[in-house]
Design a protein around this ligand. Structure first.
Ligand code: GTP
Ligand code: MG
Length: 443
């Protein structure tokens, strides 16, 4: 979503890094370009004005202009300002009491019902007992939709009884939550095309009945600047504790996400990045800023791997890494898991390789990756077990035999072995990183 912004900012920085020394004029010019980039990304103009003023002021001092790496220093200031803009620190919904209540609200189609199920899945994975509540009484289909999603997630759902009003459902749900010792209760509410009195009154009624600990606005990033106005109005009426932006996977320009915190003062707690129930991510201002500046999100990558990769295999892998006995069998397993674990795109997004390299890889296509994985499986299966265990054995004649056996060329076998070498080095680095992280890579 931040692709265009990301590319323009990286162009500005590339130019800056090119100068051995920066003049005030260079900084002025760069800030003008940053300003245009942000405005084009649809960031609120007042937010843009404050942002560039702050960075310009910080960059004019000796600390930046006279440093040996002035370009880097400017990037650092922009990064810091972006992190602040996005809310500085990660803020989780408050789940400190039992049951903790979470009321979701928002306009029609913003993604409330989907997000309710996504949150349930997310918290359930974290070991919490979650209860979903269908407090959208206007549309019977809405209750049905939430029930189906609850079924997929495997959690219970409270649905309205005939003639029951929203506050009554709320109270009944709270009683059910206590009875079932639920840790979290998520209320899905009805939406409207616009904020109107009736909607606000209904939401306030529910608010009064259940006194939710978390009041979270679900807002569609695709509606751009308008989403910031929506957030302001709901905040005024109901006092939001957090915001979830959905459809960040779409082609919205991202300005709304960048303006949201600055304008409303509310933290973005999570973001929706797709229709599937797993496509919800915690929002980390610093990581998001790094992504925007093309620095990638290595921590996010490791976390994603953690979630997707079979823990037993992972423990085994860590052991083998320590003994430095990572072999082609492990590689095959890794290829299969990687393919299963991440979509090619989300993996690419997180790699710290800059937009140009990313576009180049994309140009060659995700098919390349899939084709590689398939071919790799064929080549690896044509090896003997001994060869997979001890790749060093694979000399010229064995390579020819393997190529013939898998219907590939010797150059393909060479390429695979080269990639294996890379993967082994990468795995070793991740192994080291995991040792530095408290508790290792494993939760
Ligand atoms: N691409 C994408 N689609 C999403 C995301 N979140 C929700 N959607 C889709 O948006 C549409 C509307 O989602 P719902 O969850 O039904 O929205 P709602 O706010 O409950 O709508 P109402 O109950 O009618 O007010 C569905 O087609 C969802 O699949 C997201 O993060 N990315
Ligand atoms: Mg709904």
């Amino acid at each position: 979503m931040f692709d265009a912004l990301s590319s323009s900012l990286q162009r500005v920085f590339k130019k800056l890094r090119g100068y051995g020394k920066l003049s005030e004029r260079n900084v002025q010019e760069a800030m003008r370009e940053v300003r245009v980039a942000l405005l084009e990304a649809d960031v609120h103009y007042e937010v843009v004005r404050d942002f560039t003023a702050r960075v310009r002021e910080q960059c004019m001092g000796e600390a930046v202009l006279d440093s040996i790496t002035p370009g880097q220093q400017v990037v650092k200031r922009v990064h810091e300002a972006l992190v602040d803009l996005l809310g500085r620190t990660r803020r989780d919904p408050d789940l400190s009491v039992r049951p903790s209540t979470v009321m979701l609200l928002g306009l029609h189609g913003s993604g409330k019902t989907t997000t309710a199920a996504k949150l349930a899945r997310h918290w359930k994975k974290g070991g919490r007992n979650v209860l979903l509540v269908a407090a959208d009484i206007r549309r019977p289909a809405a209750v049905e939709q939430l029930s189906i999603l609850a079924g997929q997630v495997g959690c219970e759902v409270v649905t309205p009884q005939a003639g029951e009003r929203v506050p009554a459902i709320g109270r009944r749900a709270l009683a059910a939550a206590r009875e079932r010792a639920a840790d979290v209760v998520v209320f899905d509410t009805g939406g409207r095309f616009q904020i109107d009195e009736e909607l606000v009154a209904e939401l306030k009624d529910l608010h009064e009945a259940v006194e939710p600990r978390n009041v979270i606005l679900v807002v569609d990033a695709a509606i751009g600047q308008e989403s910031v106005n929506v957030a302001q109005s709901f905040h005024k009426e109901l006092g939001l504790t957090g915001i979830i932006m959905t459809k960040l996977d779409g082609d919205a320009r991202g300005g709304a996400a960048l303006s949201m915190h600055a304008v409303t003062g509310c933290p973005i707690v999570m973001v929706g990045v797709g229709e599937k129930l797993a496509e919800l991510e915690p929002f980390h201002p610093d990581r998001m800023a790094s992504r925007i500046l093309g620095m990638g999100d290595v921590v996010g990558l490791v976390e994603k791997a953690q979630e997707a990769i079979d823990l037993k295999d992972m423990a085994e892998l860590e052991k083998r890494l320590r003994k430095d006995s990572f072999d082609l069998d492990d590689f095959l397993k890794q290829i299969r898991q990687m393919r299963k674990a991440f979509g090619f795109d989300s993996l690419l997004e997180m790699l710290p390789i800059g937009n140009e390299a990313r576009a180049a890889i994309r140009g060659r296509g995700g098919e390349d990756m899939t084709r590689f994985a398939k071919q790799a499986e064929a080549i690896l299966s044509s090896m003997t077990r001994k060869e997979r265990r001890r790749p060093k054995l694979i000399d010229g004649s064995r390579r020819r035999r393997i190529a013939a056996g898998s219907g590939t060329e010797v150059s393909d076998v060479n390429e695979l072995l080269r990639r294996f070498d890379q993967a082994r080095k990468m795995a070793k680095r991740i192994g080291k990183l995991s040792k530095r992280m408290p508790g290792g890579l494993l939760p």
